[in-house]
Design a protein around this ligand. Sequence first.
Ligand SMILES: [Ca+2]
Ligand SMILES: [Ca+2]
Ligand SMILES: [Ca+2]
Ligand SMILES: [Ca+2]
Length: 418
Amino acid sequence: MRAWLNNIGGSGAPWTYQGEIASGVGVPGDQVRFADVNGDGRDDYLVVGDQGQVRAWLNTVEADRPWTYQGEIAASTGAARSQVNLADVDGNGRDDYLVVYGAGAVTAWLNDRFGRADPWDYQGRIASSSATREQVRFADLTGDGRDDYLVVGTDGQVTAWWNVLDGDHVGWDYQGRIATGAGPRDRVRFADVDGDGRDDYLVLGDQGQVDAWRYTGSGWAHQGVIASGVGASPDQVRFADVNGDGRDDYLVVDAQGRVRSWLNDRGARGAPWKSEGQIADGVGAAGSTVTFADVNGDRRDDYLVMGEYGQIRAWINNRGGQGGAWLSLGEIASGVGAPRSQVDLAEINGDRRADYLVIDDGGGVRAWYNNQAAPGSAGAALGTTTPMRNDPSPPPPAGDNGAAAATGIPICVADRCS
Ligand SMILES: [Ca+2]
Ligand SMILES: [Ca+2]
Ligand SMILES: [Ca+2]
Ligand SMILES: [Ca+2]
């Protein structure tokens, strides 16, 4: 794209040639629009997709980096591109999203995305140690709802700093060595499988079996093998609370990002893990890029895909609600210049919305608090949400946990197998 600045009425030539101001993003020109979506008086670079979804690059032409990518700012509305218009209908300076139908009827979505506070609130460096990035983990061992800073050694030994929040600032209270280690670091996971609010120490076996230790506050109580595994390799296993009961469930994510779930029903009579079968069909992203965290604070972990540059696309967990089980919010984080390998999500400030962390090579941690980066499942900030493909809709009625679809794979608690 080349531009001529309008100088009509000024002195000199009426149009000032600016050369190429945008190199383009590889889409045909008819997909490109200009509108001022953030109300700074400068039109931004927008790309309208086939389903009416909009990606935005904010106009920062006077800065070193002329266009700042915002990700998808409006989810698909199903409208044809030719029907999509952007204009400021409420007069707040930010262009709104309009769909203009054949007979001239217009549907509008008011733009409140850029009227909100920054969805990711930069905190600067919140922690540092002499550990390497591979050694640093965040998990809540004290049960106060805030993740603690752990350094996990080669043999799974753990050194801990408790997260002590003081107002808006986070501090770290050194505890020294709290665990001697029970397995190699890449097999160690932290998740709350017994629902006491504290994350437990888990070691995954070759077949995805789980050996567990519960943290008592002063030591560790061995729980034995609590799941015999389903033949999935350890890197396919995820622990996440998909039904919001406070107990992390056992998930297997395959190479295509499809998810099978075993609900954690420990403590209840009967089978401790209940197979739900496949609960998500994936979105075409590789399983290794899929992660789970609660980004909207409703206690249910959401399906997230992290891109190469740390950008995050979110599908909000809406299981049991109206509409699809996983609702797309598009991109909720555009990345901060750190690659995926340096990015982690953890709950630092205790508001139950997962925060964005970048862990540098030397164990230093920068944090961005999640300032309602993802709204609730009621709808995205602009436009509408769309379900994941092959999303079960309507979802199973409440109380139907999918046990009928159990595949009969044995999962055990202690020596009791279902
Ligand atoms: Ca626990
Ligand atoms: Ca659960
Ligand atoms: Ca959630
Ligand atoms: Ca948070």
